[in-house]
Structure formats: structure tokens, C-alpha cells
Ligand binder design. Sequence first.
Ligand SMILES: [Zn+2]
Length: 657
Amino acid sequence: MNRFYITTPIYYVNAEPHIGHAYTTIVADVMNRFHELLGFKTFFLTGTDEHGDKIVQAAQAAGVEPKAYADKISALFRQTWPKLSIENDKFIRTTDLEHVRVVQYVLQKVFDAGEIYFDTYKGLYCVGCERFYTERELVDGKCPDHDKPPVERAEANYFFRMSKYQNWLIAHMESNPECIRPERYRNEVLAFLREPLEDLCISRPVERLNWGIPLPFDENYVTYVWFDALINYISAIGYPDGQLYKEFWPVAQHLIAKDILKPHGIYWPTMLKAAGIPLFQHLNVHGYWKTDEGKMSKSHGAVVRPLDLAPVYGLDAFRYFLLREMVFGLDAKFSEEALVQRINADLANDLGNLFSRTLAMTARYFDEKVPPFGSQPDGMDRELHDKVDDAVRQFRDEIPRLGFHKALVAIWECVGAANKYIDYVAPWNLAKDAALLPRLQTVMRTLLEVNKVVAVLISPFMPSTSVKMLERLGIAKKTSDLRLAEDTSWGALQEGAKVLKGESLFPRVETAGKKLEKPGKQGAAKADKGQKPREGKKAEAPAPSGVTDSGGLIDIDLFRQVDLRVGLIRQAEKVPHSDKLVKLMVDIGEERQIVAGIAKTHSPADLVGKQVVLVANLKPAKLMGIESHGMILAVRDGLDLKLVVPEANVSPGGKIS
Ligand SMILES: [Zn+2]
């Protein structure tokens, strides 16, 4: 059986969980779920790193013992992960007894092999880093991490003969190009190894620091935090002879942020080599999230931490954003605006729309039951099917090589193609002619199959949405029971199975921090009686908030209350007994009946197929007894009337901002 073992760093308990921790842990969760989907036996490890100077200092500042302090922050990490739909198999703490034993076992083994020696070291020490620095590592005489000059210190300590492994490590990295990914980080480590590697001080005298794991061969010393922490990756799975260790260590992959590349890229492999333990398979390194907290606070009046936005906008949307926005290995920018944009464009408009249109039409035409393929698929059906197969392939190929955003782009290409397919095939026209029923069956079945495959492919990224979609497609499966090959096979939906249309998967977010209310619940207080398109319409909306007192100017929040959409006119007919009204069926992702006062300048035949801009959240009004759900925008030009149109064709329902 194929196996997969993924670890996050164990997080240092001197700070609370933040976006960086969350990203690493969510990526690990996505990778783990992906391998589960492939049928692998998987193990996903995370935890907390609890020893060292900095913890003692933080505990003192909090007025508690180090252990009590570590317990508190560690619990905070442990409780955060389930709130982000993260399902780790184990949470290790470096204060766990089993871990302490393994660290001592490894130390003794390396000591017995003669790879640890006692020496007096005089050097420059940074208290923040808990380590000595060499002159050339300092920047302008200061610690590069803390921007503080180190202090001179002489100390008798134990040293690990790391320098001895320099050439071996270079050779290993050159013959295993994938040992550190992406390649830029392998190059960074190799560049570092072009300078002579020094031995690593792995002890701290107890008189200076007693919050650590005692050296098994000298009780006057505790273990340096990195030599302690890195060993969690094997202690957690029962090194040296546990069953999990035997099963999972040979396929171990570590996931880290680039700030801890050096301990993972240099200390850890040389420690393993010295202890006679085989190396991990991959070290996967990601970049930083840049945040702009000042900017993010604008809409809330208080500083918003990115993690606080997850429950506001939804866990799945948050996970999707992180994985879609960051190219693995590079830095990315986190902003609430960008998050909202992704939710509205990719989730509400593309995926949510496809799903609700498909289910609404299945309900309308087939009594909420999966139809058979009534007729042979035509060229367009096959094209869409090919696109789906291609997405499955890219998903399978890209995730193992950390191309998360590429996998998502491929999935969303399917979603976009399926939305276009609906616009083009226009199932509502097929539904008018009983003779076209077999074709309508094939079209709707094709769409249902696309939705099902998409639901399976998003499962590692958006587990709850995946389950919800599958449920409504008549498939009751937990994500852990899904298998890529069988659950993405085309045509596998059960004919006659009950599907359920329901609420939208992703409500559109109207302004940052506010969920959109349903059209009709808000917006214009009075209906536009004449339905005569006019310019300057927007300013007529009532102003519950956001109006400035500066001469009729409005602020952006008020403008955003007007839901302007691009619509595609599917049908148009003159309203009997009226010389200026036309009745339109406009596609804005859903069908809208709109009565517009444009008959004098536009003939119904010319209107069909045109894209228009409309106010989608106008209160419904009745004109000549016909209901109108929206208003088309136009500009009066002398006697003529010109419709406002987008510069180029866009997907119906596209939001104007
Ligand atoms: Zn420092």
C-alpha cells in the first residue's frame, strides 16, 4: 500500500497562531487529504515546540511557570486547527515524555559514535536567537533576525561535528534534486554550503537555562532547542522501532516556511546522518504572507487579523483563497479585499452559480432526479467532458509537485467551461420542445457529471463544500471515503437519484465585511414606475447610511448597495397595448423577467443575444400587469436611447464594480 507522511514544523509557543502557521498547516492538510483521495495510507503530524530561553522569558512575563505557559499556548494551537477544517493524525509536544526519551536516545547514539565533543567556545551570542553567531553571519555587526548586537560570551559546551558532513550533504543534495523544493531553496542551501560549515553547539548549561531536555551523558546541560525540536519528526511516529516509524519514515515529507530553512536543510539532515537514520524524502518550503493590517482594519474600525476572517467569510473560502492566491514557494499578499474578490468571482459567481443553475434546472425539468444520457453526446458535450478529464489529470499531477494554484486553475477552467456551455446550449429552450427531451436529458446529465467531478476535486481544498455538493447530488460520502479514480469516473451518477436544489453555496459578499442581502430585501424603496432607463439612477437609491453631507456626494458603501450586473437577453417581446414597453428574459446566472421602456428605439429581434447592464436588486414592480425584476441601464441621446453595454462579452451575472 502506498503511504504518505507529512509534517508541519512544531510551532514555537512564544506566540499565538497566525496566518503563517495557518497556511503551513492548511497546505499540509490539503496534501494529506489529496493522498487519502488517491487511496494512500497517510499520517499528518503537527505540534508545538516548548523548550528554550524564549519560553522561559515569555512565561516570566506572564507570571507563570514555563510548563503552565507552554500548556496554555500549546492548547491554543491544538484548538485552532479543527476550526480550520484541519485533520491532523497527531499533535506532538516537545514536553511529551515519549519525545524526551527519543531525544535522549538519539543524543546518546550520536555521542557514542564520537560525533559529539566537549569544548570551550568563545563567541558572539544573540539572546533572542539562543545561539552564537560568526562574524560573517552578522549584518552590520548585528543579529540579522533581531537587529541587535550580540554579546560576547565564553562557555564550555557540547558540540556536534556538523562540519564533518558538509561534503556528504552537498553530494546528497546534488544527486537528489528534489530533496528540497522548490529548487530556489535547494540552491539557497547549496550556496550556504559553499562556505565552510561549522560545528553546532547543542547544549546549554543548566545554570543559565534549565527549561530543556537534560543531556543523557551530562546532567549539567540541557539540549539546544533545535536538536530537541527537529527530532519530533521521528519521535512522534515511534522511532527507533515503532510500527508507524517503519511504515512512514521512508516517505516523510516536511513542510516549512522559508525562515527555518537552515535548521531543516542543514542541521536536520546531518543529525540524521550522524545518528544512522535515513533522510526524509522532501523538504517543501513556502514563502511569506505579507499583510497590510492598517488597510485591512478599514471596514471594521479595529485591526483585523487574517485568521479572524476565516469564520467571517467561511472556512472553505478562506482555505481556497490561501491555496489559490499563493504560488507555493513565493511570497503573497493577504488582504481582505483580495479575499472578497476571490469569493465573489471564483466561488459565488463561477462555482456557486454553476451548481445552483444545474440543480435548479434539474429540479424544473426532471423533478429533481438525475436524468439518463438520453441522446448521444455531441461535440460540445465531448469537449466539456475532455476538459473535465484534463482537470482530473492536472489535479493528480500538480498537487504532488506543490502546484496547488495550478490544480485549482484547472478545476475552475472546467467550471467556467460548464457555465459557458449552459449559456450556449440554453437548456430552457430545449425544454420547450418535447421532441428535444433526449437532448435535454444529455445536457443536464453532462452538467450534473461535471458538478460531481468538481465536487470531488475540491475536496482536499474545501472539504465541507465538497460534502455539501455531493450530498445534494445524491451521494452520501465522507471526504475520507472518496477515491479519485472511481469518484471522478464519467457517467457514474445514479440515474434517477434524487438531487436537491437548495441555498447558494457561497453567498456573494457585497462589501468588505458584510454579507450580501438577497436582492429585493434592500435597495430602492420605490419601484421605477415607468421603467424608463435613465442615467444617474444609482443616486436615487435611499440612503440609510453612507451619505456624506458634502453636496450630494455618496460614499462607496452606498454605491455598493446597488447590485449592477451584466445580463444576456435571451428573449424579448413587445408588451401588448404598449408602444414603449418590451418584456425581456435576461440571463444573469439565473433568469430574470424585466420590463423595459425601450420599445420605441429597440426592436425585440435586435435585443435577443445582446448583453446589457441592469440593476439586479431593484424592488419588483408591475408594469401593464407584468412583473419586472430589475432595470436595464441606458443613456438618452436626444431622441435616441443607447443601451449601456460591457466593452466585450462577459459571463452573464458578472458583477459591476
Ligand atoms: Zn538574534
